[in-house]
Design a protein. Structure first.
Length: 184
């Protein structure tokens, strides 16, 4: 928005990046959503403050008492706003934004947990193979998808492969809940 500071948003986003250190674009998207939710919550708080200030001014103008304390003015302003739709709408938006933030945080932590449980082995750098002599006999051709190499080297006994986790999502009370399931 024109009246909001891009620097403030960027600073908040950088704080989230420093705290969560997203490892990939999926985690980055969760961090972006958390940052946007926080900024929108701050905007709602500013709107709520403005509405209460205007309602307090209005209640002061309509009051015949010469001296009224601040708590009475605030109470009167709150009662005036509670009678209309504005305060209820702000409350609903605030609840939605809190849920968005916490859902993004929960999904981020779930993704991070899945990455910790299923670490990817580091990629080995390609080894440099010496160029073979052109006159040498061509290697025997084997199928592309052969299950075993043609000249197996003795190696340590292989560990049984861990079953991968499956990420499942279900809707509960209008929210998408993710959980990881390890097949049996």
């Amino acid at each position: 928005m024109e009246n909001e500071s891009q620097e403030t948003f960027t600073a908040l986003f950088n704080q989230h990046l420093a705290k969560f250190k997203p490892a990939n674009d999926v985690e980055l998207a969760a961090v972006e959503e958390m940052t946007a939710s926080t900024c929108r919550l701050r905007r709602l708080w500013a709107i709520e403050t403005n509405l209460l200030n205007r309602a307090m001014e209005t209640s002061m103008a309509t009051t015949t008492e010469t001296e009224i304390d601040e708590h009475s003015r605030l109470g009167s302003a709150f009662a005036q706003l509670a009678a209309g739709p504005e305060l209820h709408l702000l409350d609903r938006y605030e609840t939605r934004l809190h849920r968005m933030y916490h859902r993004s945080l929960q999904n981020f932590l779930l993704l991070r947990n899945l990455d910790d449980e299923n670490p990817q082995p580091p990629e080995e750098p390609a080894s440099e193979q010496p160029v073979q002599n052109q006159e040498a006999e061509p290697p025997s051709v084997s199928p592309v998808c052969s299950p075993e190499p043609s000249n197996p080297e003795p190696s340590a006994p292989q560990q049984p492969a861990r079953a991968p986790y499956t990420l499942t999502g279900t809707f509960q009370s209008g929210q998408l809940i993710f959980r990881s399931v390890r097949p049996t």
